[in-house]
Write a protein that binds this ligand. Structure first.
Ligand code: SF4
Length: 378
């Protein structure tokens, strides 16, 4: 019944349209130690890479020509990158993608920053900040995220704060959406489904969090992007904490229902439920049909993964490299450093699957035009 109701609302609100996005990882260096993640600082088996502005520009051109309209900069908690390179990466990505597609939009999914940083990044072309809380349970957050910027927060100079008894990183993360909205940006929120034994509590916390933002900031709030991260196995099997934990959440079996709940829990058009590569493409496409107007395709989660390894001048593409044989990694070495295991299908395969279900691809910018909402409502 919930899924049927969501399908009706989805058709009424977004018709048969879907917007596609692609994550571009810029660094796998990370100073945090999240137990569920392959990139945690204490995982010594992991290859580490960070890319240059040249590399993001080249990947931007490749991806924009495929038809994406939304491009997400993602990466580990790498404060060097934040302090020295992030503005150039945002500017480079926006310039290159806008030259191919004037509708192009750019988001970041990184360490939560402060309001002035978000304002500065907006000047460079940033449109949106995605921040997944992982869990709204403070104690559980502290257990899974024991140290680093995600546990202790960063100051206004983007330096790691000292450890205190207060859950500074947890609270700062919780405010990230609000700081982004005040800076004039769209915001995304979400919890890692299944991390808490009481998954329902985290799902409802996401809903309450989003509703409070809408109540408080009114028309200043763009539709909220509702992410659904999940705890997948990692590539370095010997250092994977998942088997030893009692994690038993049925992610695939519940993904569509949770997507439907999120869509129904928000006012019409105010939730872009975001289906990602954490479940197989057929389940992801079911979710798109039921609830998700926003989805990733062609997901590869290692810095440099979309470069053309036959054509690129690879010695200009990597800013820092650790754990590979040469200064310039091979494609296989790059792919061995993905953050976690995920499902893969090309953009073209996803689009063909959407079209087989009478879904057509639009730009996510088209969902923001409030003037169109009023016309549709009439
Ligand atoms: S989830 Fe993010 S912050 Fe945590 S270890 Fe992984 S990359 Fe670092």
């Amino acid at each position: 019944m919930v899924v049927d109701a969501a399908r009706m609302q989805r058709r009424r609100t977004f018709g048969q349209s879907v917007a596609t996005m692609v994550p571009i990882e810029v660094t796998s260096f990370c100073a945090s130690t999240c137990r569920f993640c392959g990139w945690r600082a204490d995982n010594k088996e992991m290859v580490r890479l960070s890319i240059t502005e040249t590399a993001i520009r080249e990947q931007a051109r490749i991806l924009a020509r495929k038809g994406f309209s939304h491009f997400e900069i993602a990466g580990g908690d790498d404060l060097t990158l934040l302090q020295q390179h992030l503005k150039g990466l945002v500017r480079g990505l926006k310039e290159e993608t806008s030259a191919v597609n004037p509708e192009a939009r750019v988001s970041v999914c990184l360490v939560p920053m402060h309001e002035q940083h978000y304002r500065d990044l907006r000047q460079e072309g940033l449109d949106c900040v995605l921040t997944w809380q992982e869990t709204y349970d403070r104690e559980l957050y502290g257990y899974h995220i024991p140290s680093g910027p995600k546990a202790w927060g960063v100051d206004e100079q983007l330096r790691l704060q000292k450890k205190t008894d207060e859950p500074v990183g947890f609270l700062h993360r919780l405010r990230s959406q609000e700081l982004a909205i005040r800076a004039g940006l769209q915001a995304g929120l979400g919890a890692m489904i299944g991390l808490s034994k009481v998954t329902e509590a985290d799902i409802l916390s996401v809903v309450l969090h989003g509703r409070r933002l809408i109540e408080h900031y009114g028309d200043a709030v763009e539709p909220l992007i509702i992410g659904m991260p999940a705890w997948n196995p990692i590539l370095t099997q010997a250092s994977d904490n998942r088997p030893a934990s009692e994690f038993d959440f049925d992610t695939q079996g519940n993904f569509e229902l949770i997507a439907a709940i999120y869509l129904l829990a928000f006012p019409d058009r105010m939730a872009w439920v975001f289906a990602n590569g954490r479940v197989p493409p057929d389940i992801q496409t079911d979710c798109v049909e039921t609830a998700c107007c926003f989805t990733s395709t062609l997901v590869q989660i290692s810095p440099g993964a979309y470069l053309d390894f036959k054509q690129s001048e690879l010695d200009t593409m990597f800013e820092r490299v650790r754990g590979v044989a040469e200064a310039t990694p091979t494609f296989e070495e790059v792919m061995s450093g993905e953050q976690f295991m995920h499902y893969f299908a090309s953009h073209e395969e996803f689009v063909a699957g959407f079209e087989a279900r009478n879904l057509h691809v639009v730009s996510d910018r088209s969902y923001l035009r409030r003037a169109d909402w009023a016309v549709a409502a009439e």
